[in-house]
Design a protein around this ligand. Sequence first.
Ligand SMILES: *[C@@H]1O[C@H](CO)[C@@H](O)[C@H](O)[C@H]1NC(C)=O
Ligand SMILES: *[C@@H]1O[C@H](CO)[C@@H](O)[C@H](O)[C@H]1NC(C)=O
Ligand SMILES: *[C@@H]1O[C@H](CO)[C@@H](O)[C@H](O)[C@H]1NC(C)=O
Ligand SMILES: *[C@@H]1O[C@H](CO)[C@@H](O)[C@H](O)[C@H]1NC(C)=O
Ligand SMILES: *[C@@H]1O[C@H](CO)[C@@H](O)[C@H](O)[C@H]1NC(C)=O
Length: 211
Amino acid sequence: MGQTLYFILLLIALCSVSECVQRQYHFINEKKTWTEAQRYCRENYTDLATAENMNDTNELKKSVNDSSVQKIWIGLQKTGRDEWHWSSDPELIVIRENVTWSEALRYCRQNHVDLVSVHSEEMQRRVMNVVKRASTAEVWLGLRHSCTVGIWFWVSEDTVCYQNWAPGNGTSEEDCEHTVRSGAVQSGGDQRWISLPETHKLNFICTTYEE
Ligand SMILES: *[C@@H]1O[C@H](CO)[C@@H](O)[C@H](O)[C@H]1NC(C)=O
Ligand SMILES: *[C@@H]1O[C@H](CO)[C@@H](O)[C@H](O)[C@H]1NC(C)=O
Ligand SMILES: *[C@@H]1O[C@H](CO)[C@@H](O)[C@H](O)[C@H]1NC(C)=O
Ligand SMILES: *[C@@H]1O[C@H](CO)[C@@H](O)[C@H](O)[C@H]1NC(C)=O
Ligand SMILES: *[C@@H]1O[C@H](CO)[C@@H](O)[C@H](O)[C@H]1NC(C)=O
């Protein structure tokens, strides 16, 4: 990232309730280094722009409304010889302690970023990869059931669009008489999501950002 100043672009991933994966981009017409731009976006929005398909790319282009700007930063970062990754993709870490869902949430928010949200197939693949290291048969995700409205939601505030529930799990009608239900992923087998009372004690996955 040792380049001179360029115009940057920005981003971000607001998932509105109606449209599941539509990203929203904000063009920031200021000169910054990539690292400064990333800091700006993380503080004021979500992160530097991620564009995963043609639709995203078109939206991103549309957001740049100043025709004199020739180059803009996006959230791609080279992390290895031939490896690139998006700034908005967190690293995932499995915490091998057996705790309730609420304790897991508090731990992740205090020590890292949040309990993991699995909002795409790509993220599910990454989760499947890391949960192999867990010591419990299920591992907490940032997935919670609301009895008031009868829906499942991610604590990161993303709507649940992508789903990978085990058969019979994840329905809107959960048992609301006892404890609140939360979502966990199986660490073996099909590695699907299941609904459990939040008082079960399991390992969990936090998202964390590379500095
Ligand atoms: C966030 O935006 C404000 C207002 O534009 C700006 O002053 C501030 O420096 C930004 N944060 C970062 C980390 O750049
Ligand atoms: C791209 O946008 C079109 C029209 O808005 C939509 O029909 C299509 O499903 C979108 N594709 C993706 C991959 O989001
Ligand atoms: C681009 O859009 C922003 C936000 O809508 C606006 O403030 C700015 O004046 C626009 N710039 C140009 C060159 O149209
Ligand atoms: C957590 O629970 C698993 C399964 O019951 C057990 O094998 C493991 O030793 C426990 N880990 C800790 C740190 O207590
Ligand atoms: C949820 O999935 C698990 C694992 O497949 C299964 O044992 C359980 O019966 C399912 N729950 C319901 C309510 O069907």
